[in-house]
Design a protein. Structure first.
Length: 290
């Protein structure tokens, strides 16, 4: 594992993923726009982005969305540092246009790029059990598959740039819609007086049986919205998905409604809470209080 890895982004997902690589023995340093996050991460860190770029062969980014990716990669391409032979892996969920433009800009500078968004939230990130979809040069993917295998359990090579990001967004249309319909059903059961734990038990042995309910049932029961995957993030992903659908003349009926439910959650100040907080919207719509 002689490759030197630089990691950028220490949010809810980035921090546990970086720790997994460090614990697996990779030569890794982190950098974060907010330096304090790097200092308290428990990981070796660099104070300056330029130092990270100079010293590392592979740079992995895990940021919030397209705007943050555009900002960071502009800093990278404008840094004046020779990027030839360096591999950049972006694991952020971005608009496919962002992935394609980032690849184009880096390749012009002599760098290599893999687009590799992840499926899963904080718990699978901590356990190295994410699903990862990857686009870009297949040879570069195969050469660095050990990195992906350290971070995830299922790795899919998708082909050219933009495809992996599109697939991730398609996955999240299902994720957001599942969370919304489960929250609606849960609030419905409570509204008509069915014991919440009994309702969840029936749902998880009936039509509600899913990874989403398995992961979120305790959050629904306890109304614990500590963040694994935020309202803001799922709303961002659904917005990207709707944009792609419009460009391809594909109607996204259910996803569009789901997006507005999460937009409502943002309006109620729940943007930074876990996306299971959409339950609060159904409570408000039904005038239900505990």
């Amino acid at each position: 594992m002689s490759r030197k890895i630089g990691w950028i982004g220490l949010g809810h997902m980035g921090l546990p993923m970086a720790k997994n690589l460090h614990n697996a023995g990779y030569d890794l340093h982190v950098w974060n726009r907010t330096l304090d996050k790097a200092k308290v991460s428990g990981l070796p860190y660099k104070k300056n982005l330029t130092d990270l770029l100079k010293e590392k062969d592979i740079i992995i980014t895990m940021l919030f969305g397209s705007e943050s990716v555009i900002e960071i990669y502009k800093k990278i391409t404008d840094s004046g540092i020779d990027l030839k032979g360096k591999l950049f892996i972006d694991m952020t969920t971005v608009h496919p246009d962002t992935a394609r433009k980032t690849a184009e800009d880096l390749i012009k500078k002599g760098g290599d790029f893999l687009e590799a968004p992840v499926l899963g939230s904080v718990i699978p990130a901590q356990k190295g059990l994410l699903t990862i979809v990857v686009s870009g040069d297949r040879e570069k993917f195969e050469q660095n598959k050990d990195i992906f295998n350290t971070l995830g359990k299922e790795i899919f090579y998708m082909g050219d740039y933009g495809i992996a990001s599109t697939m991730k967004l398609i996955n999240n249309t299902v994720l957001g819609s599942f969370m919304a319909v489960l929250s609606e059903a849960f609030a419905f059961a409570k509204k008509v007086g069915i014991d919440p734990e009994l309702a969840v038990s029936v749902l998880e042995n009936g039509a509600g049986k899913s990874l989403v309910l398995e992961a979120k049932k305790e959050k629904l029961l306890k109304e614990d919205y500590s963040t694994h995957f935020s309202v803001g993030l799922i709303h961002k992903d659904l917005t990207y998905a709707v944009d792609i659908a419009h460009k391809n003349k594909y109607p996204l009926f259910l996803t569009s409604v789901t997006r507005e439910l999460f937009n409502s959650a943002k309006a109620y100040g729940l943007e930074d809470e876990d996306f299971s907080a959409v339950l609060e919207i159904f409570k408000k719509l039904s005038n239900y209080t505990d």
